[in-house]
Design a protein around this ligand. Structure first.
Ligand code: NPW
Ligand code: ADP
Ligand code: K
Length: 489
């Protein structure tokens, strides 16, 4: 699990340490310098340009860069500082100069700044960090835009100091120099874990520097370790009804496969029973352990492989009236009258196009800021929203936004969403059963995130991995993937 905190919360948490003269900047700079030395060594060994340019702005982020340049010079390297401010961190600048670091100013370079920067094979981006006030503006904005272009031209290694400059709280901010790795201090910032900004951060490495963070996280990223820890396990005294019963009404004459895939996925993801309550013709094609008789269920799935309509709306109404968690997928998202406040907890699973339709907006706008739209839909429909895309974000009306490490792009295959829907319903049924047994369970959004993480992890267990996968293999792979995680592998 990784938790991201807003800049203000990180600032508040570091304040007492700074007041006690804990040398956070020196520690941060050392971490960056140590990593830079190893990158430079590797690039040199590979015959690549290993000259180091440190991009330095006016605040403490620039201070980190200057101290890192100092540390690098002391370790025998020859970094060059590009000073993009007229009010640099004075102590850091004196230290860098004292260690013999060459300093070039933005003003000296004038129009030549881009060609100058292109000489260097390694960039440390210390222009701005969590002191950012709104979107990048003015000269710093122009510099970042120019360097972002240069960065694309030739292979070079970019290390972002704390954040790629220009990214902090807002995941929709995208003007930044794309980093290969971001060394972030205290804790990740929201934009480092959320799309689309996270695509500019590269690998995010956290140096906590002993900063205690007890604010509510803005973002929680759940991974396979959390599945191992939190996914319900069958206990000695369990029987099938205490392990969770899933009800599925999915698939249609046009898309029967979706009902089959969702059901197979639900079977593989660990519940005590799966009831298929949809189209009889689909029921005949399901594995023998699927129960087609009506009866009690602890979570439902409706809509995968349907185009909506009165029957789907009726199925959604029926599931809701049971006052259980209900996964609302594909065609069921069009049943507007059945969404919103009412009995049962809804988990909506739109891809970004469906999310745009739900909110009467353009797909491009949603792609540019999926988190905001997921939260807006969660609020409007009083639901958990699983906004599916290259990175999936999960939002409830309040509380942290959940996400998972990005999944394999091979997940972008027809039927993959149906598999996720089945896994989600299975997860919700198992957690609901645990709740009935008075056990503590994670919030609904976290339960959903665990299913999203399992779905992505199961790719590795498909017979064709690491190549392209088929959704039916993915559905069956959920079982072995989950089994290995529960066994601690
Ligand atoms: N937290 C921790 O654990 C630790 C924190 N530490 C470090 O401190 C950093 C925070 O430092 P900070 O508060 O001094 O601000 P910072 O990020 O350097 O930004 C200020 C610069 O950005 C500029 N600027 C701002 N907004 C702008 C805009 N919209 N558009 C354009 N420019 C804008 C602003 O310009 P100015 O207003 O000065 O003209 C100034 O140059 C933090 O990220 C981390 O690296 C570590 O040392 C130790 C551990
Ligand atoms: N580029 C990608 N990288 C990783 N995961 C992806 C990518 N594109 C789509 N996915 C995932 O694949 C699934 C596709 O679901 P969906 O769009 O409903 O497809 P379908 O309706 O064909 O089943 C979602 O879980 C989504 O997050
Ligand atoms: K930075």
């Amino acid at each position: 699990m990784r938790a991201a905190f807003r800049a203000d919360d990180i600032r508040a948490a570091e304040a007492p340490l700074l007041a006690a003269d804990v040398p956070l900047m020196r520690q941060a700079a050392r971490a960056v310098a140590t990593r830079t030395i190893s990158i430079a060594r590797d690039r040199r060994a590979a015959g690549l340009n290993a000259d180091i340019l440190v991009l330095v702005g006016g605040g403490n982020n620039g201070g980190d860069g200057l101290w890192a340049a100092h540390d690098l010079a002391q370790r025998g390297l020859a970094p060059v500082v590009l000073l993009a401010t007229d009010h640099p961190h004075a102590e850091g600048l004196a230290a860098a100069r004292g260690a013999g670091v060459q300093v070039v100013t933005r003003a000296e370079l004038g129009e030549d700044v881009a060609p100058f920067a292109s000489w260097f094979g390694i960039w440390l981006d210390a222009l701005a960090g969590i002191g950012l006030s709104g979107p990048l503006r003015g000269e710093l904005g122009e510099l970042v835009a120019a360097l972002a272009e240069v960065r694309q031209e030739a292979p070079r290694h970019v290390i972002a100091v704390d954040t790629p400059s220009g990214l902090a709280d807002d995941p929709a901010a995208t003007r930044a120099i794309r980093a290969d790795e971001t060394h972030t201090f205290g804790a990740p910032k929201p934009a480092l874990l959320l799309p689309p900004a996270c695509r500019a951060a590269g690998v995010v490495l956290v140096h906590d520097l002993g900063i205690p963070l007890d604010a509510e996280p803005a973002v929680v990223e759940l991974d396979t370790g959390d599945i191992s820890e939190l996914w319900p396990r069958a206990g000695h005294l369990d029987h099938k009804y205490t392990r969770g019963v899933v009800g599925i009404d999915a698939g249609s004459a046009t898309y029967p496969g979706a009902g089959i895939l969702a059901t197979r996925a639900a079977l593989a993801a660990g519940p005590g029973m799966v009831r298929f309550l949809g189209d009889r013709a689909i029921a005949d094609r399901l594995p023998p352990e699927v129960v087609t008789a009506p009866g009690r269920i602890q979570a439902g799935l409706v809509g995968s492989g349907t185009e909506g309509g009165p029957d789907v709306a009726a199925a959604l109404r029926d599931f809701r009236e049971r006052d259980i968690p209900v996964v609302v997928d594909a065609g069921a998202l069009a049943s507007r009258d059945e969404l919103g406040a009412g009995p049962g907890q809804l988990v909506l699973t739109p891809h970004l196009g469906e999310l745009a339709t739900l909110l009467d907006d353009e797909r491009a706008a949603v792609e540019a800021d999926p988190v905001r739209y997921a939260r807006a839909a969660a609020t409007e429909f009083a639901a958990v929203v699983v906004a599916k895309g290259p990175e999936t974000v999960i939002a409830a009306p309040t509380g942290p936004v959940y996400t998972t490490p990005p999944g394999s792009p091979w997940l972008a295959t027809a039927g993959s969403g149906d598999v996720l829907a089945g896994a989600l319903a299975a997860a919700l049924a198992q957690f609901a059963a645990r709740q009935e047994a008075s056990e503590a369970t994670p919030p609904l959004a976290a339960q959903a995130a665990l299913a999203v993480a399992l779905h992505a992890h199961a790719v590795d267990y498909c017979p064709s991995a690491p190549g392209p996968i088929r959704a039916s293999d993915l559905a069956d792979a959920l079982g072995p993937a989950l089994g290995a995680l529960l066994a601690g592998q």
